[in-house]
Ligand binder design. Structure first.
Ligand code: SAM
Length: 286
């Protein structure tokens, strides 16, 4: 009987995975990191007892968190990634030949190192892309200290527990606003709404204090259990969220990117939210 690994994100519920082989397990400077193989999902990374990414379903999350803001914007030259140590977001960003520069700020060098070694297809060489500048630091430190400006900022953080917590705060969002060029877009990992609805409403309240146009979009990622993973969306240009299908299709085709989940129809549909989320978002004064 192979070892079972049980996710500890929720008190009263946990999904379990057979562990066929452990590639790495250690306490890094910041968090407990484990990479193991599961027959259904392939190699998996977990941090502090929470599923981060799997070989089998990572494409859904990485494509949606990357291509929705970039193709909505339409003229992205500079991207900032906060977190994302597995390299999946960086891989998707670097698919866009029109992007001139991407800075990635990751707090834990060990995550990058272990992902390169045991999950090489996540970054697929993107860490060596000449446009990529990798910074090892707490994302909020970088945001508070940089004078650089970006067209899109993607926060691919852990959950708001431990080192990731600071990336869900008002000071972080205010800093992101300061680091965005005019018409820029912030997109963030914001949890599975059905299981973490408080994260959605808390983020909505905080972002609404900083940005003109705030909403969420979604995609179902099997190992982020409980329904749609919500991505927070913040911009001062509401038109970014209302790009017509013809324009999206032209941009998608011109980009030359290859996708397995994202397409223009999914892009347009993903902003449609279930009524229970809409009701929660309407239940407080922004
Ligand atoms: N897709 C995953 C999810 O939805 O939960 C996130 C994956 S990625 C592995 C999360 C990354 O955020 C990790 O590499 C972690 O080290 C990084 N991280 C956590 N807190 C951070 C912080 N304050 N600054 C920068 N990176 C941080």
């Amino acid at each position: 009987m192979s070892r079972q690994w049980i996710e500890t994100l929720y008190d009263a519920f946990g999904q379990s995975f057979n562990v066929d082989k452990v590639y790495f397990e250690s306490k890094t400077e910041h968090q407990h990191l484990m990479i193991f193989h599961n027959a259904k999902f392939g190699r998996m990374m977990v941090l502090d007892g929470i599923v981060q990414t799997t070989e089998k379903d990572e494409f859904i999350y990485h494509e949606m968190l990357t291509h929705v803001p970039i193709l909505a914007h339409g003229n992205v030259k500079r991207v900032l990634i906060i977190g994302g140590g597995d390299g999946g977001i960086l891989r998707e960003v670097c698919q866009h030949a029109s992007i001139e520069h991407v800075t990635q700020v990751e707090i834990d060098q060990a995550v990058i190192d272990m992902a390169k070694e045991y999950l090489p297809n996540h970054s697929n060489g993107a860490f060596d892309d000449p446009r990529a500048n990798i910074v090892i630091d707490d994302g909020i430190n970088f945001i508070n200290q940089t004078n650089e400006k970006f067209d899109v900022i993607i926060s691919d953080s852990t959950d708001p527990i431990g080192p990731g917590e600071v990336l869900f705060t008002s000071p972080f969002y205010e800093g992101c606003k300061r680091c965005l060029n005019e018409g820029g877009i912030l997109a963030t990992q914001n949890g599975v709404a059905f299981m973490q609805i408080d994260e959605v409403t808390t983020t909505a309240k905080r972002l609404a204090q900083v940005f003109e146009d705030v909403t969420f979009y979604g995609a179902s990622v099997p190992t982020y259990v409980g329904g749609i993973m919500t991505f927070a969306w913040a911009s001062d240009n509401a038109a970014n969220r209302k790009v017509d299908m013809d324009t999206l299709t032209k941009r998608y085709n011109a980009s030359g990117i290859k996708t397995r989940y994202y397409n223009p129809a999914i892009h347009q549909a993903c902003f449609a939210l279930p009524q229970y989320i809409v009701d929660e978002l309407n239940s407080f004064d922004k």
